[in-house]
Design a protein around this ligand. Structure first.
Ligand code: GDP
Length: 423
């Protein structure tokens, strides 16, 4: 039995879904502990691309049970749509449970997100109503999934939440939705989801007690954590490993390992400081080779070089035991690879991102020799070209962390597994 947390070590989009999928063969239960509909976790299996927004990608493994835990904000209409799509891919036997304490994303949450667009403080989070739903949660007027099973309670809570959103929607130029159709639609969703609803923390405790291997997967990355990130360029929830404790309802001592997932370069959705950002030909190259297109805006993502100070911070607050380094193949063909090894702020060298002065940081660079070989057929450490190995080793030296998995292509077979947390 082991409980492993999978955390994004950067700003999100690190390939967590793909890493979870590589580990899936050894996992008995996948749990998503925070966030909600993500921009889309793409998993390529046997050459077929599938995009999931709510359902953990581990569901692709037939029969791998999944739990959407209490820390999530879930749009039940989207979840039901995905379940239908999944059943058409023959994955209808996968056991999916939802914690009844998870919060519900309602139509006016989606509306507020859509009307706000990419305003001040935008984190780059997909505008799927999660932020407004978390806003209601902390204001203590949120609706939990379990409320959808009690019509009178749901109706009362919906009105309170809707009422609070009305002046906001009007101020943004929108027209608030009617309550009655929402009541009917969401109560119907509740009935469909009833058989899946559980007390999530108990479900995970029972899985542990039965000796199962449990993978707890977080949303986004450590650098946009609501507490640790550069506020307000953050998401509405805890993306650090500690978020797994509250988002699932599991004691810190019951977590056996933490895996940090980092891309071999950086990307940052939305606004906010990005010290290792690159522009020009290198940015275009990373955007093209890495498929770094924002699925919501359709615009290329901001790209940067690998940021060691960010990895150090992410590891310090989440306690990485090992790092999964994805998308190393994307760097093929770049003559000289800049590596951001430290920050410089007002003449001082910093080993980690500071609280103040993020926008004045200058990255301190080390130039690494690149390689020209295609990595997609590499399946072992020794298959990698010398310079690719040196690049990974330098990241290990500078961060003091071991890279246990290397992604060399989007398919789950395209990876080098040096060690797995489930052995
Ligand atoms: P997440 O949001 O962190 O879960 O990221 P995803 O799992 O959605 O991965 C982002 C994208 O990167 C997907 O299109 C993946 O197929 C792709 N991807 C993941 N790992 C690799 C890799 O090692 N190489 C390449 N070329 N693509 C990868």
């Amino acid at each position: 039995m082991s409980v492993v947390v999978l955390v994004g070590a950067q700003w999100g989009d690190e390939g967590k879904g793909s890493v979870a999928d590589v580990y899936a063969s050894g996992v008995d239960l996948v749990v998503h502990y925070a966030g909600g509909a993500n921009p889309g976790q793409t998993v390529v299996a046997e050459g077929e691309r599938m995009v999931f927004h709510v359902i953990p990608s581990g569901t692709l493994r037939h029969g791998t049970p999944c739990l959407l835990a209490q820390g999530m904000a879930i749009d039940p209409t989207l979840l039901l749509e995905e379940l239908e799509a999944l059943s058409s891919h023959g994955a209808q036997n996968a056991e999916l449970k939802i914690c009844r304490r998870a919060h519900v994303v309602l139509p006016h949450h989606l509306m507020v997100d859509a009307l706000r667009g990419e305003g001040e403080g935008a984190s780059g989070a997909p505008r799927r109503g999660i932020g407004p739903a978390y806003g209601d949660k902390v204001a203590r007027r949120g609706v939990q999934l379990g409320d959808l099973l009690v019509p009178e309670r749901f109706t009362r809570k919906l009105h309170a939440s809707l009422e609070a959103s009305e002046p906001v929607i009007r101020a943004l130029g929108g027209e608030p939705p009617e309550a009655a159709p929402i009541v009917d639609r969401y109560l119907a969703c509740g009935e469909k989801l009833r058989p899946m609803m559980v007390e999530g923390s108990r479900y995970v405790a029972e899985a542990r007690a039965a000796g199962k291997h449990v993978l707890l997967e977080g949303p986004f990355g450590a650098m946009v954590d609501v507490d640790q990130g550069v506020y307000p360029y953050v998401v509405g929830t805890s993306t650090m490993a500690g978020g797994a404790c509250t988002g699932v309802g599991i004691a810190p001592r019951d977590i056996d390992q933490v895996v940090g997932v980092a891309k071999a370069y950086s990307t940052r959705p939305g606004q906010g400081p990005f010290p290792s950002e690159v522009t020009g030909a290198l940015a275009t190259r990373l955007q093209k080779a890495g498929g770094e297109i924002d699925p919501i805006s359709g615009r290329p993502r901001r790209c940067g070089m690998f940021d060691v100070p960010a990895l150090r911070l992410a590891s310090r607050v989440s306690g990485f035991d090992v790092v999964a380094l994805t998308k190393l193949d994307v760097l093929t063909g770049i003559d000289e690879l800049p590596l951001c090894v430290a920050y410089e702020l007002d003449g001082e060298e910093l080993s980690e991102p500071p609280y103040e002065g993020q926008s004045r940081i200058k990255p301190r660079l080390e130039m690494m020799a690149g390689w020209t070989e295609d990595l997609r057929d590499c399946r072992s450490w020794d298959d990698l070209p010398d310079n690719a190995r040196r690049y990974v080793e330098r990241i290990e030296e500078l961060s003091g962390l071991r890279v246990g998995l290397i992604g060399v292509g989007p398919d789950r077979s395209e990876s080098i597994v040096r060690e797995t947390p489930f052995s």
